[in-house]
Design a protein around this ligand. Structure first.
Ligand code: CA
Length: 176
């Protein structure tokens, strides 16, 4: 009897493991969908017009970039997406950044607005750049729970000091 109960315990444990593995298999890797792409080959759609200009010479994608010359700390409001029908996933704001003689830091910032709730932000302070850097890829996530469906997302660039920052090839994706 004792032996049999051990066997059953083993069979039961094996079944549980198999069920867990299957659950892992069926969910698979997250599916990534591109919601917005702003190549910044022109100033079209860029919200903030002061302190920013198109740079046709220096770019990450070969088609021009946006150059920000900061003489004081500033938040550059680049784009607003308007209503997006997404929830229950990870929003990622991606961009290429380059800096020259930056005193202070620069990083990406994203604000998500939810109807009837308000705004919440995500900031890339942990991967902030300062000084001089060639093009680097930056990415900040915002985790949307089920039912959290933003009616606007603001894509900003924060500069906490003075210097020159280039931004290029902005994308907003969702992984779910
Ligand atoms: Ca570009």
């Amino acid at each position: 009897m004792r032996y049999r109960s051990r066997v059953w315990a083993f069979v039961w444990a094996s079944l549980c493991c198999a069920a867990l593995l299957c659950a892992g298999c069926s969910s698979g890797p997250p599916e990534v969908t591109e919601l917005k792409h702003y190549p910044l080959d022109s100033l079209e759609g860029v919200i903030r017009s002061s302190d920013v200009e198109l740079d046709g010479e220096i770019s990450a994608d070969g088609g021009g970039s946006l150059r920000i010359t900061a003489s004081e700390p500033l938040v550059v409001n680049l784009f607003e997406t308007g209503d997006l029908d997404v929830e229950n996933g990870r929003l990622d704001y991606q961009a290429r950044l380059r800096t020259e003689d930056l005193e202070g830091q620069t990083y990406l910032e994203m604000w998500c607005h939810f109807p009837g709730i308000g705004e919440a932000f995500s900031r890339g302070m942990q991967s902030a750049l300062s000084g001089s850097n060639d093009w680097t890829s930056q990415e900040i996530p915002f985790f949307l729970k089920e039912g959290e469906n933003p009616d606007n997302v603001k894509l900003n660039l924060v500069v906490t000091g003075t210097g020159t920052v280039w931004i290029d090839d902005i994308r907003l994706t969702i992984a779910r």
